[in-house]
Design a protein around this ligand. Structure first.
Ligand SMILES: Cc1cc2nc3c(=O)[nH]c(=O)nc-3n(C[C@H](O)[C@H](O)[C@H](O)COP(=O)(O)OP(=O)(O)OC[C@H]3O[C@@H](n4cnc5c(N)ncnc54)[C@H](O)[C@@H]3O)c2cc1C
Length: 338
């Protein structure tokens, strides 16, 4: 059988993770990644990249646990190796705090992060507006380093990369045998899926090298994430808002909320500001369909709609997408024998 040609659309953390998984696991395939924006210009590049997740309503909990665990183990392995600084992956310890005791005190991912426990009364004294909290060690993955590192790994596995905008999946049908769609918000057009919606997020990068622990309000609105070169503070969650410009009102609100949690931030310098649009969906779409494209039945594997947790879940969902590509390959081989 001739070499099967796979194309992955999307150069964010989901696209590159998926492309690496396919290229490394399936050497009989030639794998090309197409994207109209690459690092440092993707949404993934600006993400704070702290690993923990929300629960999606309609994805079986077992699947969500597996996505989280596979991603955590993959990034932990990198964080504890000599490639960690180049890949931008580090361990990060800190607190998630709540104004009221949440209905679910122990989230499903608590078994996979390191040293998860409830905060003591002594620790909570620092946060007088908050009654309850989690302390744990997780991972921070900085995509401005991680994406170029993944691209190198992909090329080493024989992958090809091309910067190009895809107007429709139709145009790929004559050059490829399997399409993998990781186009995030672009899936509104490419997969005609209006269920993917932008959720605008604004963050500031600050110089505060004395801060070593993350602090996250459990409502997901306010967070302080120390990283390798700076501290990311945020944020906003504005649904259906397409604005990519910095909003001065949001800047003031972020600084005010974060300084209330960590007063030393009032003395810190703002290095830069950034806005990104989370590709949100009720549930991420990780599934396969057969599309009739230019009179030919083609397998299309979708992997998009990760919302505010794409860095966290990218590797786990990429492995599921790999399984769907493998399934398509088996079917093609069976048909070739008939
Ligand atoms: C402020 C903020 C903070 C965040 N913090 C975290 C965090 O702490 N932890 C976490 O896990 N997640 C976080 N996220 C979420 C995370 O950024 C996203 O879930 C993730 O980046 C989605 O990755 P993606 O690859 O699907 O999309 P993207 O990074 O947007 O990549 C999509 C790719 O598809 C390409 N594309 C789209 N349409 C086409 C087309 N027609 N033709 C060719 N190419 C196309 C784009 O050019 C791009 O290369 C945050 C997001 C924001 C905005």
């Amino acid at each position: 059988m001739k070499r099967v040609r796979v194309v992955v659309v999307g150069a964010g953390v989901v696209g590159f993770s998926t492309a690496v998984c396919i290229a490394e696991a399936l050497p009989p395939c030639s794998v090309t990644l197409l994207g109209d924006r690459f690092s440092p210009d993707t949404t993934s590049d600006g993400a704070a990249g702290l690993m923990f997740t929300a629960q999606f309503p309609d994805v079986p909990l077992e699947t969500q646990r597996r996505w989280f665990q596979l991603s955590f183990d993959h990034l932990l392995h990198i964080a504890q190796s000599e490639v960690a600084p180049e890949a931008g992956v580090m361990l990060s310890s800190g607190w998630q705090i709540f104004r009221d005791v949440p209905a679910e005190q122990k989230p499903f991912w608590s078994d996979f992060v390191i040293g998860f426990r409830f905060m003591s009364d002594g620790e909570l004294k620092r946060f007088p507006d908050h009654k309850f909290g989690h302390a744990f060690t997780t991972i921070k993955c900085e995509c401005s380093s991680y994406l170029p590192w993944l691209e190198k790994r992909f090329r080493k596995a024989g992958g090809w990369v091309e910067q190009r905008r895809v107007e429709s999946l139709q145009e790929l049908s004559s050059s490829y045998d399997i399409i993998v769609n990781c186009s995030g918000l672009g899936s509104r057009e490419l997969a005609s899926d209006e269920a993917v919606q932008p959720v605008r997020g604004q963050v500031l990068k600050m110089k505060a090298p004395w801060l070593k622990h993350f602090i996250r309000d459990g409502d997901g609105m306010t967070y302080i994430y120390p990283g390798i070169h700076s501290v990311i503070v945020g944020g906003t969650r504005q649904e259906g808002d397409w604005r990519l410009q910095v909003d001065e009102g949001d800047t003031r609100s972020i600084l005010e909320r974060c300084s209330r949690l960590e007063p030393s931030l009032r003395r810190a310098r703002v290095l830069s500001q950034w806005v990104g649009l989370r590709p949100s969906r009720r549930n991420p779409r990780v599934e396969r369909e057969l599309l009739q494209l230019q009179g030919r039945s083609m397998p299309v594997v979708h992997n998009y709609g990760h919302g505010g947790v794409g860095v966290t879940l990218a590797w786990g969902t990429a492995l599921d997408a790999l399984g769907l590509v493998r399934q398509s390959l088996h079917e093609m081989q069976r048909q070739a024998k008939l």
